[in-house]
Design a protein around this ligand. Structure first.
Ligand code: SF4
Ligand code: SF4
Length: 95
């Protein structure tokens, strides 16, 4: 099954608050110089949550599938990550 098809099996209940925060934007600028694009977070994310725009990492947290990979991949330990609040975020779609 392709990633896009797997993502379709999830349903989202959007939280109005982000559960993903970048701690220090300057570290992202350093990271971009060192690793180029896509940066490690953008490269590993299966849901295209991270987009580099105007020297800043923009986070489309609503699309996150809560795999946790970006937090581990970030070489600067720069991502504050928590699960969405209870009842929000992803759930499996049945039928
Ligand atoms: S991997 Fe970490 S430091 Fe690099 S751009 Fe992503 S959040 Fe920023
Ligand atoms: S937790 Fe997974 S899906 Fe969510 S932003 Fe990080 S890598 Fe992407």
């Amino acid at each position: 099954m392709r990633t896009e098809e797997k993502l379709y099996t999830l349903r989202y209940k959007k939280d109005n608050e982000t559960h993903l925060v970048i701690e220090d934007g300057n570290k992202c600028i350093e990271c971009e110089k060192e690793y180029g694009e896509p940066q490690p977070c953008a490269s590993i994310c299966p849901a295209n949550v991270y987009t580099w725009q105007n020297n800043k990492m923009v986070i489309g947290y609503e699309n996150c599938v809560e795999c946790g990979a970006c937090r581990i991949a970030c070489p600067y330990e720069n991502i504050l990550w928590k699960y969405p609040r209870y009842g929000k975020g992803i759930a499996l779609r049945y039928g």
